[in-house]
Design a protein around this ligand. Structure first.
Ligand code: NAD
Length: 247
């Protein structure tokens, strides 16, 4: 094993890809083995790397995961918005290689996940829960992967599933708020890198947990840290909580 972790960036021409390439070049613990984007031959580029880092588009992930599994490379997936079928392809790859799959690689957001679980378990069922996120106008999927994860944590704490408990937006004659739902709301505009707030509201008091990202570098440096970590792991599906030792 050479000391520097050789990474291949998939989606290298995108907003996240640009940050990943720039930071990988600056970090002595890393070597940039390849930077590929749509139309490039991934199978050809993969040879020299220890880990792939994909921040591209959800439909691209199954092929990237299959290729990484065939070649025995660690894989870091930052892409969001996957379908159930695409998630299955990620799980299948994780049987053969270490995969770190996280909707958000920032350390602050992973602490937000941790605090959200504690708050939900402590406050209990009498608090109405709503997740509000805001992102830049170019974002393609909604809700954000981070908001989805927050919704999953709230659903787990309530003993239910994300699919059953979440309600996305409100419009028209909706009536009084049912007790057992998790409200999900996505705002889009300008150049917002990523804001997430979890609201817990009861009669007489309200708690809000908020994280705001102001630079993509926070996600990119977390993903690069995950690639260094993943290279030394056994096959399996890991989260950023595993990388940070928050579990
Ligand atoms: P972007 O549109 O700026 O960049 C995506 C890039 O991927 C583009 O250059 C595109 O050409 C390329 N691409 C698309 N299909 C490809 C394929 N099949 N093979 C190779 N390259 C391909 O988007 P972005 O803002 O960089 O975000 C990319 C993804 O990362 C999104 O899903 C976004 O939600 C997610 N994201 C995750 C985190 C996190 O921390 N997990 C943070 C920010 C963004």
């Amino acid at each position: 094993m050479s000391t520097a972790t050789r990474v291949m960036i998939v989606g290298a021409k995108g907003r996240m890809g640009e940050a990943l390439v720039r930071l990988a070049k600056q970090d002595p613990r890393l070597a940039l083995a390849a930077a590929v984007d749509r139309g490039d031959d991934l199978a050809k580029a993969i040879g020299e790397c220890d880990a792939l880092i994909e921040f591209a588009q959800h439909a691209a992930t199954p092929d990237v995961a299959k290729l990484a599994a065939e070649r025995g490379k660690a894989l870091v997936i930052g892409t969001t918005g996957h379908t159930a079928e695409e998630r299955k392809a990620i799980a299948a790859a994780a049987e053969k290689i270490p995969v770190v799959f996280a909707p958000n690689f920032s350390i602050g957001v992973n602490l937000l996940f941790h605090l959200t679980r504690i708050a939900a378990e402590t406050l209990g069922e009498n608090y109405d829960e709503e997740v509000v996120e805001m992102h830049h106008r170019q974002k393609l999927d909604a809700p954000s992967g981070t908001a989805r994860r927050l919704g999953e944590i709230l659903a787990e704490a309530a003993g239910g599933s994300y699919e059953d408990l979440t309600q996305h937006g409100r419009h028209g004659d909706v009536g009084a708020r049912p007790k057992k739902i998790i409200g999900m709301h996505a705002l889009r505009g300008g150049d917002v890198v990523g804001d997430h707030t979890v609201h817990f509201a009861n009669i007489g008091e309200r708690i809000e947990l908020t994280h705001r990202a102001s630079s993509r570098d926070t996600f990119a440096s977390g993903a690069l840290r995950a690639a260094i970590w993943a290279r030394a792991q056994k096959p399996g599906l890991y989260s950023m909580q595993d990388v940070l030792g928050l579990k």
